[in-house]
Design a protein around this ligand. Structure first.
Ligand code: SF4
Length: 111
C-alpha cells in the first residue's frame, strides 16, 4: 500500500497539514534527519504528545477525534519545522469575519 502524501488533522481551533513531500525524513527515509524531528520535540515541550515518529515520519499518536479535545493549540509544530528550513507543516486558523472587518476598517491597503 502506498504511503499517504499528507497528514491532516484538526484541533479545536485549527486545521493542520503535514506535507510528507516536504518532510525531510519522510522524503529521505533517514532515521536521524538533520531536522531532528523538531516537530515531535516541540510537541513534547509545548503541546500534549499529539505526534510520534513512525516509519521515519511524524504521525498522530492519538485518534484524530481525541486530538481535538487534547491539543492546547500551541502552534509549535509549524514553528519548529520552519526553523529547520523544511516548512512541511501548515497550521490554518479560520478567522470568521476578518475580510469584512478589514473592509470596514479600510485595512485593504488603499485610500
Ligand atoms: S520537523 Fe518538519 S521535516 Fe522534520 S520531521 Fe517534523 S515535519 Fe518533517
Amino acid at each position: 500500500m502506498a504511503a499517504t502524501k499528507t497528514l491532516e488533522f484538526e484541533t479545536k481551533c485549527t486545521k493542520v497539514k503535514i506535507d510528507y513531500a516536504r518532510c525531510e525524513p519522510a522524503r529521505s527515509g533517514m532515521a536521524e534527519p538533520s531536522c531532528g524531528f523538531a516537530c515531535v520535540k516541540a510537541d513534547r515541550m509545548y503541546d500534549r504528545n499529539i505526534l510520534r515518529i513512525e516509519g521515519n515520519r511524524p504521525v498522530l499518536a492519538l485518534p484524530a477525534e481525541d486530538v481535538k479535545k487534547v491539543s492546547n493549540e500551541s502552534l509549535s509544530w509549524e514553528y519548529a519545522c520552519n526553523m529547520t528550513g523544511n516548512s512541511a507543516i501548515e497550521i490554518m486558523i479560520p478567522f470568521p469575519g476578518l475580510d469584512e472587518y478589514r473592509k470596514r476598517m479600510n485595512f485593504d491597503g488603499r485610500g
